[in-house]
Structure formats: C-alpha cells, structure tokens
Design a protein around this ligand. Structure first.
Ligand SMILES: C[S@@+](CC[C@H](N)C(=O)[O-])C[C@H]1O[C@@H](n2cnc3c(N)ncnc32)[C@H](O)[C@@H]1O
Length: 226
C-alpha cells in the first residue's frame, strides 16, 4: 500500500501487520525522518502529493487524516488525483477522507472555537482552535494554540480546502476512479451526506465533518491515457 500525506506513518504502522509492503510519502522532511526512525520495515519518501512519481503501482492507495484537504486549489486537487492514478492499476482501492464542504457551508459544522485534548500516558496537552471561513475559496483557516504543562504555548496555522461530495465524486471519476462508497459518519451509515454532527468527540474535533470515501481504479481504456 501507499499512504500519501502519511505524516509520521502511524496508519502504516497499524496496517503493516496485515499488509506486507507499506510505503509512505509526506511533504515534511521532519515527519519522514521521525517515521523512518521508529517504523522499521516501512519505506518512506519525502515528496509532494501533487507531483511525486515512484514509478510503480500499489493495490491500495490512502490519503488520510484529511491530508487531501491540504490541496487548496482545483489545480492542486487535480494534480493530487493524478498522483493517486499514477500509483494505481485497474482494481486498486483508494481511501480518502477530505473535509465535507456541506457541513461547514450549509449545515452547522462551522465553529469559531473548538477545544481539543491529547491524553496519552506519555504526553498530555490541550488545544484551542480558532477558525475562519473563506466561503468563496471554500477554505477553512485554523489557528491552534497548544497548552502543554511546563512549556510555553505552541501555535500552529493551517488552511484546509472543503469539498462537496459531488466534487469529490467528479474529481475521482475524472482521474479514472469509480466511487464505491461515500459516508459522512464514522459508522459508515448511508446518509444524504449533509454532514450532521454525530458521534463522540475526537481529538481533532472533526466528528461528522469529513467525507470517508472508498473508490476503485478502473482498468485503463485501450488507447486511453490510463
Ligand atoms: C493532518 S496530517 C495527516 C497525517 C497522516 N495522514 C495521519 O492521518 O496521521 C496532513 C499531512 O499531510 C502532509 N501534506 C500536506 N501537504 C502535502 C503535500 N503537498 N504533499 C505531501 N504531503 C503533504 C502534511 O505534512 C501532514 O503530514
């Protein structure tokens, strides 16, 4: 499998028990350096999801933790889907979880302030995220402050592209994928994809705000560009 925008490779670590050949790509050298240092047996590359070409295909391609939402423009998205296709053969499964534009723009998913918490035995922190919404560009902007006991506060900033279910469908179909399932809930219940907020809180405060999408690469058409 190939995990695009793999971060520190935590999903690959979990899946390496059942998937023999695992490979991850991330833009940040620091993420890949950490992943390599703790995840023996998994192959990692520094690379941009819009342009990287590893010269081979995989049976499963994933782009999780809403990494696809880091493709901010239509061009970024098209190029990223091209990358998925370049690493897929007929039958390859693709799993992505972008942010659902409908939740933020049409329902009650947008919250100016969201509190989060990391409560692991070796590390505890709380966070406060302040959000802004650019409705025209369909981009969510987040400034997050981490409070870690005994340390100065740490601030990070991120922008996320919001995608409507129809956009995801069209984008993937244009890239040669057939959407097998799309859900706006972690229970994979069929809904009208309005992204109503359900379920228990999670670390990122994202419950109900994502689209969980499974697609399959169609076989290349004879004479087509694959
Ligand atoms: C929210 S993190 C998710 C990481 C991982 N998938 C997970 O779920 O733990 C998003 C990741 O996407 C990566 N990323 C952002 N833009 C990227 C790009 N253009 N190409 C590759 N990775 C990118 C970031 O470095 C970050 O590690």
């Amino acid at each position: 499998m190939l995990d695009v925008g793999c971060g520190t490779g935590r999903h690959l670590e979990a899946l390496a028990g059942t998937i023999p050949e695992c490979c991850g790509v991330d833009l940040l050298e620091s993420n890949i350096a950490y992943a390599r240092s703790v995840r023996a047996g998994i192959t990692f590359h520094v690379g941009d999801m819009r342009t990287i070409r590893l010269g081979r295909t995989f049976d499963l391609v994933t782009c999780l933790g809403n990494a696809l939402s880091y493709a901010l423009t239509d061009h970024d998205l098209t190029e990223t889907v091209r990358t998925f296709a370049a690493h897929a053969h007929g039958g390859t499964l693709l799993v992505v979880d972008p942010l659902n534009a409908r939740t933020y723009l049409e329902a009650d998913g947008f919250e100016k302030r969201i509190e989060g918490r990391v409560d692991a035995p070796e590390f505890k922190a709380t966070s406060v995220s302040l959000h802004e919404l650019d409705r025209t560009a369909r981009v969510l902007k987040r400034t997050r402050t981490w409070r870690i006991e005994g340390r100065a506060d740490v601030e990070d900033y991120a922008e996320y592209r919001l995608l409507f279910p129809e956009e995801v469908q069209q984008m993937l179909e244009t890239g040669g994928f057939q959407v097998l399932g799309m859900y706006d809930n972690r229970e994979f219940q069929c809904t009208d994809l309005t992204g109503r907020i359900t379920g228990a809180p999670d670390v990122g405060g994202l419950r109900g705000r994502k689209l969980y999408v499974v697609a399959r690469k169609l076989a290349a058409r004879p004479g087509g560009d694959g």
